[in-house]
Design a protein around this ligand. Structure first.
Ligand code: SF4
Length: 383
């Protein structure tokens, strides 16, 4: 059958609901002499106001945020172009996304963006906001903020300096100006400001600057805190009260899960008052060689306080599906650390009062540091 045979002539139906709204007075007002000139001027006035009062909502999540903050300080002084920072989306025109956005943050960022009134603009500051940068392929990172909201200006760099942010905002002003019609002739005041910003960017290359006294002070090492790895009293406790006879040279001693809580309690009573770390690992035969069965390993570290403090560390090994007693009742800091290990590795801690995800979104599927987790797992709709 020829293609033309399949075509049918459809009746033209005027769908009134699809037409844009027209005020009943619109057509009569069009005939009023000079009114179109007045409304055009009003448009330009509003656009001028919007362009010169860009209130920024700072979506600063990491190092780029520091550059955003310094842009408000006296050296760049964003205030002079009418740009001030507002900590509420309802009074802001521009969201500046400065830093890495994770899949857990993404719904919050989108919710804040949706709360900003129109007209609004978005600036992606720095390579993390633009594309995810080095973290792009990590399981929790959104590979570019423009996957969740429309971006008007991209400011490259890691990090872009405050002058680059100013340069980006000047580009945004040009974009807003062009919005009201054909691009206007170049504004001489704006052009002078752009030139000043460009000069500031080029002169801000600090690599050639001599290291001043102040910078030298910053790189001095902090005072060392003396401590001894596994003090003799800890060895004694392990030998005499927990019948530990093996002290491997390449790691902390292994304690049965059933006695791990008792050991933590004993150490706490002996002066080890600070929980330093809880770190879990999932080990699989494939990763360790054929002789090692699949298991989880949870390492703990405690520290006694004061001068000459000691560290006590031990490991607990778990079969797949087994759990380990929580230390929340002994150390408040165990709360977040156990949640983190549950979230990332999938280890369960018996007796934890609120064992739920802490770093990833609540609906994230799987545990990304589990050996079976695929490195390129998607997390729709955020990646
Ligand atoms: S782009 Fe660089 S400076 Fe900015 S948030 Fe990412 S890593 Fe930090």
């Amino acid at each position: 059958m020829a293609v033309s045979d399949t075509r049918r002539v459809l009746p033209v139906v005027r769908d009134e609901s699809a037409l844009p709204y027209e005020h009943p007075l619109y057509r009569s007002l069009l005939g009023v002499p000079g009114l179109s000139v007045a409304t055009a001027v009003l448009d330009q006035l509003l656009e001028w106001g919007a362009r010169n009062s860009l209130w920024v909502f700072p979506m600063a999540t990491s190092c780029c945020g520091i550059e955003l903050m310094s842009a408000a300080a006296s050296r760049v002084d964003l205030d002079r172009m009418g740009t001030i920072v507002r900590a509420t989306p309802r009074q802001a025109d521009v969201m500046v996304i400065a830093g890495t956005i994770t899949t857990k943050m993404a719904p919050r960022v989108k919710a804040l963006w949706d709360q900003m009134p129109e007209p609004k603009w978005a600036v992606a500051m720095g390579s993390c906001a633009i594309s995810g940068d080095f973290y792009r392929n990590l399981y929790p990172v959104v590979p570019g903020i423009d996957t969740i909201l429309p971006v008007d200006v991209y400011i490259p760099g890691c990090p872009p300096n405050p002058e680059a942010l100013m340069h980006g905002l000047l580009r945004l002003q040009e974009k807003i100006k062009a919005r009201t019609g054909a691009p206007a002739p170049r504004d001489p005041v704006l052009a002078a400001a752009q030139l000043a910003a460009a000069i500031a960017v080029s002169s801000n290359d600090r690599s050639d600057e001599p290291v001043g006294e102040e910078q030298e002070l910053l790189v001095q090492a902090p005072d060392e805190v003396p401590f001894t790895e596994i003090a003799s009293d800890y060895d004694t406790i392990l030998r005499e009260q927990f019948a530990v006879g093996e002290f491997p040279a390449d790691g902390a001693p292994i304690i049965p899960a059933a006695r791990h809580h008792e050991l933590a309690r004993t150490l706490r009573a002996s002066g080890y008052r600070q929980l330093v770390y809880i770190v879990a690992t999932h080990c699989k035969a494939k990763a360790l060689g054929k002789t090692s069965p699949e298991r989880y390993e949870v390492a703990y570290g405690l520290r006694s306080l004061g001068k000459g403090s000691n560290v006590a560390s031990w490991r607990v090994q778990l079969e797949p599906g087994a759990s380990v007693p929580s230390l929340v009742g002994l150390f408040a800091g165990a709360d977040f650390q156990e949640r983190e290990q549950f979230d990332l590795v999938g280890v369960r801690f018996d007796g934890h009062p609120d064992l739920r995800r802490i770093m990833l979104a609540d609906d994230y599927e799987g545990h990304p540091l589990h050996k079976d987790f695929p490195a390129d797992a998607p997390c729709a709709p955020w990646r």
